[in-house]
Design a binder for this molecule. Sequence first.
Ligand code: 3PG
Length: 393
Amino acid sequence: KKTLKDVDFKGKRTLVRVDFNVPLEDGKITDDTRIEAALPTIKYLVDEGAKVILMSHLGRPKGKVVDSLRLDPVAQRLAELLGKEVTKVDDCIGDEPKEAVSEMENGDVLLLENTRFHAGEKKNDPDFARQLAELAEVFVNDAFGAAHRAHASTVGVTEHLPSVAGFLLQRELNALGEAMENPGHPFVAILGGAKVSDKIGVIKNLLDKVDYLLVGGGIANTFLLAKGYEVGDSLVEEDKVELAKELLKEAEEKGVDLVLPEDVVIAEEFKEDANHKVVSADSIPEGWQILDSGGPKTIEKYSDIIAKAETVIWNGPIGVFEMDTFAKGTNALAEAMARSSARTVIGGGDSAAAVKKAGLEDKMSHISTGGGASLMFFEGKPLPGVEALDDVE
Ligand code: 3PG
């Protein structure tokens, strides 16, 4: 795909899709990683003398204006990080953005309002996409986190403008691509999260690539059930038990070691201060539920496998890590990865949050800024936002 280096940006109105979908609490940004991650592209464009028009979605406002999801706090934070004025307008199409763009000097930075305030964004409505594209002469996609969405601001605009990849998008594709296409062995994947149904495609794709698949979290419960264990009140997907059995068989046939928890932390209630204890995974009493797949034996086993790995990819916590009582397994995995000399790649979303919560982000080779996007990548599927960019001739 074409990149920033393929374009002369001087004086060009440049529409840049970034993923500024950051967590907010009471109007304050609680994690600005995604804004920081976009800085290399923005700074480069500023230095090249482009007129930088940024756009992003924030949250899920369902095609209507939601005041709490305006991008003003983002504009403010971006201005601080850039050390430069950032103009913010209150819509992403129409007269206000047009006028603001017409007043821009080379090197100026403008932030449009939340693209999802218009229903046309998610529908990839051609007219909405055209109105966005009309603001600019060239398009840069740097929103890896939104690259799995075929929306107007990620795909639609590419119909109208020369379209290239930004530095963050490139960095993500290189890091994830290198791990998936050219891994050192043993290649270990850790999959957690709540539901098997979200991860079927990923598991299938990984079974053709990895040497070990360490399973935890809600997914593991369904696998334990498939092995004939009782899992009490644990979160399971009864209708996925047959599928889990097939996947266990497929793993065996393909020589992949699909590893399940040996012992787990169970609780009487889904509560931080619930009565809890460690039990063997095959003896979960009725009325109890697994809230952390990482009992001490499981942690030891998974950590040993990680220690001898050359490449580790991780998606999804293996317990309810938001509650400290049930975060031990997830933290232990993060620590095992931090200790290992393997190339360690963390899918975005919850696993990235867990690594940050443990303060280990500097110890990983790559932490993706994309949750759903990295999952789709691990699934081996093409990302629509990447596919839509111009190919190098
Ligand atoms: C994310 O946070 O994963 C991306 O910004 C995409 O957000 P979405 O899941 O609301 O499309």
